[in-house]
Structure formats: C-alpha cells, structure tokens
Design a protein around this ligand. Structure first.
Ligand SMILES: [Zn+2]
Ligand SMILES: [Zn+2]
Length: 179
C-alpha cells in the first residue's frame, strides 16, 4: 500500500465525487438520490446520513473544491487543504470501531456528511502532501476523457481512470499500427 487504508479510502471517495462532475464526455452523474445511494454504497460512512436533497446538494457543492486539488502543485495544494480543514473545524481524534484498527476521525459523527467527506479528503491530502506523492494525482491519459485518478500502484504505472479508457486507447493504438 502506498498510503494507509483510511487515506486510500478517502482518496477513492474524492475521486468518485470529482468524476461525477459533468465533463468532456458525460453529464453530471450525482444528481439524484439514487446517484447518491450509489456513491454511499461504494463509500460507506459511519455517523448520521440523511440521504435527502439538502445533504445531496451539500455533497455536490464540495466537488469543485476537491477537483481543484488535481490542478495544483504541492505548494498550491497546501492552502487548499488548510482551508478545507479549517472550514470543517477539524479536531482529530483516534477512534476504533467495527473491524477498523485505530484511525482518525477529525469531525464529530453528527457533523453534516459533506463536512465529514471534505475533512476526510483533506486529512488524506495531508498524507499525500507530507509523503510528497502529489504526482500520483492525475487526469486520465485518454484524449476523450477528463476523469481524474489517484495512481495507487507500486510502480506508478497507472495512466487511465478505468479499464474502459485503457482498452479504448489500446484498441485505437492497435488499429493505428495496422493501417
Ligand atoms: Zn471510522
Ligand atoms: Zn478515462
């Protein structure tokens, strides 16, 4: 593992949210409560979840702040992360629950979900910055895709957001070689 488990989970949640933003080739894919449920199924949270329109709107609203982290270098990421920690009034503490080992919760369990997601992402980015791994934040290498990814491979070999994109690029390259 490149980062500890909580950090990798929070980074994956951030990637998921960022990639729901309308992009090059797709519409906003976090618009309905059903979309929201899909996100929560992949990214479970402890603490209160309302699953209503207000909460969905708040979660949608943090996406541009997360996306901005893919556009900056290490020095540029620091103030963004510090603002996220400050806005979420983060107060880290060690907790243990379910099948997790000791880990950090930086917000109270009854803080709004959007705040918890934002602060969890910020705490994950604290690790990324401290470990000097910001280069692992990438935008998909396919010309027709602007989704983001975090390369968690040991040898930093990941270039595409999904197997769909890597297959498409490989097929196109194969066809180009044949003609
Ligand atoms: Zn926890
Ligand atoms: Zn892609």
């Amino acid at each position: 593992m490149v980062f500890i488990r909580d950090t990798e989970q929070s980074l994956k949640a951030a990637v998921y949210l960022v990639n729901t933003l309308p992009g090059f080739d797709d519409d906003d894919t976090l618009q309905t409560i059903a979309d929201f449920e899909s996100y929560l199924a992949v990214n479970p949270y402890t603490g209160a979840i309302r699953r209503d329109e207000t909460e969905l709107a708040a979660v949608r609203a943090i996406r541009p702040r997360l996306r901005a982290l893919w556009d900056v270098d290490r020095e540029g990421a620091v103030p963004l992360v510090n603002e996220m920690v400050r806005d979420g009034r983060a107060l880290p503490r060690l907790v243990i629950h379910d099948d997790y080992d000791w880990h950090i919760h930086a917000t109270s369990d009854d803080a709004p979900l959007a705040t918890r997601i934002l602060v969890e992402a910020a705490m994950a980015f604290v690790d990324v910055i401290r470990q000097q791994e910001l280069a692992r934040l990438q935008v998909c290498g396919a010309d027709d895709c602007d989704d983001v990814l975090v390369d968690l491979s040991k040898n930093r070999s990941r270039r595409y957001c999904s197997t769909g994109c890597s297959n498409r690029v490989n097929v196109a390259a194969f066809r180009a070689r044949r003609t």
